[in-house]
Design a protein around this ligand. Sequence first.
Ligand SMILES: NC(=O)c1ccc[n+]([C@@H]2O[C@H](COP(=O)([O-])OP(=O)(O)OC[C@H]3O[C@@H](n4cnc5c(N)ncnc54)[C@H](OP(=O)(O)O)[C@@H]3O)[C@@H](O)[C@H]2O)c1
Length: 241
Amino acid sequence: MRKKAIVIGATSGIGRAFAQLLVEKGYIVGITGRRANLLEEMRVTNPRQYIAKQFDIDNYNSVSDSLDQLTALLAGVDLLVLCSGTGWRNVELNLDYEISTVKTNVLGYTAVVNWAYKYFQESGRGSIAAISSITGFRGFALSPSYSSSKSFQMRYLEALRQKAKTSGNLISITDVRAGFVNTAMGQGAGAFWVASPDKAARQILKAINNKKSVAYVTKRWVLIAWLLRLIPSFIYERIKL
Ligand SMILES: NC(=O)c1ccc[n+]([C@@H]2O[C@H](COP(=O)([O-])OP(=O)(O)OC[C@H]3O[C@@H](n4cnc5c(N)ncnc54)[C@H](OP(=O)(O)O)[C@@H]3O)[C@@H](O)[C@H]2O)c1
């Protein structure tokens, strides 16, 4: 029987590359995002393997219903990968940007992961992966809500891993800590070690297949993570990025 996956945020960037990779590997893939035209563009390339459902995770109260409907169309799911995310460079501390980031990266994120954990708890097994970021290790002045939302995501998955392991559930939960990837979100001055979305997708799938708790994408970003954790606060707070 073919494996089934849901990719949240499949319309562009890493999520799109990941959904395409899963199709190549023979999965039936439920694809989601807000841009219905892009979902349809993908679906028609392979209508046997893509099932599209448009929804906005910011509407966190209806995320569960949307995922129930998509799962019914797929007739079950083995893997959910959360790629939706937003964030801006926000030097002006524009409140609308800050709130919008929290809505998607914290509220919407929690609604999706909460649904996935409960679904797999019920079905007895399954895999969840979600993309956080290296920025989650520290607060970044350029993007306060983005970096702190990524910190939340890392801790949220850690909590659910503890929950799964201590309750004997066979749910594997992978935190994908990404460095720079060449997508709409990955643009900007100062980017380095920029990976292609395809390379990121391949590394993410390998980490999921190996049931990794944490994956650095690309792998060398573990060095930056290590460095970020090492810098004492009294020095870190004086670094102008
Ligand atoms: N690119 C990087 O350098 C980088 C580095 C570290 C971490 N990340 C993380 O990687 C993840 C994927 O980003 P990306 O680089 O692939 O950027 P992207 O190309 O902008 O993709 C973002 C995806 O999120 C979806 N999305 C955004 N808001 C949504 C909402 N409210 N409801 C549903 N879907 C929503 C978008 O679809 P619609 O617009 O169609 O809804 C799109 O499919 C994000 O969590 C990002 O923070 C990226």
